[in-house]
Design a protein around this ligand. Structure first.
Ligand code: V47
Length: 361
């Protein structure tokens, strides 16, 4: 046991981590309350290296946000707009396909597609989008539509979530991104996103997707009004769901960016909080294979450090990210493969290019 852990008062938790015993809700809250970041990082690194050795994953991907028109208008979001807002937009299928066509010469393995809950686009738009992308680039993996969007599609199509997922899969959907989870707490939902799919709805839709053979990601949006207890509740709910289905690919803590949102008076997250969230997630989510440090939200420099605090993935080339940048994100819009590999190498890790399902490329 190193000195940081001895000084931290967390020796009992460290013993559990070493023996690979599951951490309790109380353990999780104690971890969040600790300011001994080196102790948290050291324990999380043990768990990280046990699962992924020295590997650090990245992906060659492209993001497309087909529309920002949204009926939910969550208070933490700067991306979603009312349909009457001058900044509202909606891409045609041809415009989406053009985005893929523009980059046919690049070795992109995944396209990541999300948008707001648009009240006007018909269900057929989503099926056609998938089919047309696959027609142009059959080998690309389409990771699209958060479970919140999937539930919205089931509503507009007046079909069950099961049927919608089958039809989306048939049209080319490969997996589901992790957004829309926010914090699984009715208090937070009521205050920040009263119209959003409930925590139970999010978890149930994800489980239905897993049972239909679609893998999905999971997220938490931290750094606004949530308590440590609520963060731990969120993590344990995900852990229980993953025990049931084994369907989650990775967990991504999303750092709240306040600019241009209703919560603009709040401060952005600090590097300390960002690393703590990565470390605690790695320790609590003992059944998740991967923890992603999303460089777009925490910056490439901190994402690099996060590779020693529990993270084994830094997402990818991304390109044209909108959700963070509309909320004041100051990171660049894209990183090259060379830059990603250099970041990882300089952190002492072995860069591994992966596909969406973590197969090595
Ligand atoms: O659901 C919204 C969050 C999410 C803000 O699955 C904000 O690999 C910070 O989920 N500040 C969408 N975050 C993005 C997302 C995601 C991103 C990258 C990779 C993956 C993946 C998923 O962004 C939303 C919401 O939780 N968000 N507004 C904001 N102001």
């Amino acid at each position: 046991m190193n000195q940081a852990i001895k000084d931290s008062g967390l020796e009992d938790i460290c013993e559990k981590v070493k023996k690979q015993r599951r951490l309790s809700v109380e353990d999780g809250v104690r971890l969040y309350r600790s300011n001994n970041l080196l102790a948290l990082g050291s324990m999380a690194n043990t768990a990280r290296e046990r699962k992924n050795g020295n590997k650090a994953y990245y992906i060659y991907n492209q993001h497309i946000n087909y529309s920002n028109i949204c009926v939910n208008l969550c208070r933490f979001c700067a991306f979603g707009k009312d349909r009457e807002d001058p900044a509202a937009y909606e891409m045609t299928i041809e415009e989406i396909v053009e985005k893929i066509r523009e980059r046919m010469h690049e070795p992109i393995s995944e396209v990541h597609i999300v948008g707001g809950l648009n009240p006007d686009l018909p269900y057929s738009y989503y099926l056609e989008m998938l089919k047309e992308i696959k027609k142009l680039r059959p080998s690309i993996h389409i990771q699209a539509f958060t479970v919140v969007e999937i539930a919205h599609l089931a509503n507009i199509a007046e079909k069950s979530v099961e049927t919608v997922l089958e039809e989306l899969k048939e049209a080319g959907l490969g997996s589901i991104p992790g957004g829309g989870a926010e914090v699984f707490s009715s208090r937070i939902r009521e205050k920040l996103c009263p119209k959003k799919l409930s925590p139970e709805g999010w978890l149930n839709t994800a489980k239905i997707a897993h049972k239909a053979g679609l893998r999905s990601n999971a997220t938490i949006l931290y750094g606004h009004i949530e308590t440590y207890e609520e963060r731990v509740e969120h993590l344990t709910a995900l852990r229980a769901a993953h025990d049931e289905t084994g369907g989650f690919l990775t967990f991504i803590p999303l750092a709240f960016h306040p600019r241009n949102t209703d919560l603009e008076s709040l401060s952005p997250t600090t590097g300390f909080e960002d690393l703590k969230n990565i470390a605690v997630a790695r320790l609590m989510l003992d059944n998740f294979d991967h923890i992603k440090a999303y460089w777009v939200m925490i910056g490439p420099k901190l994402a690099q450090i996060a590779l020693s605090f529990g993270a084994d993935d830094i997402d990818g080339t991304v390109i044209e990210e909108k959700i963070t940048h509309m909320a004041g994100g100051e990171t660049s819009q894209a990183l090259t493969r060379k830059e990603l590999r250099q970041f990882i190498r300089e952190a002492g890790r072995e860069p591994v290019e992966r596909d969406t399902l973590y197969n090595t490329i």
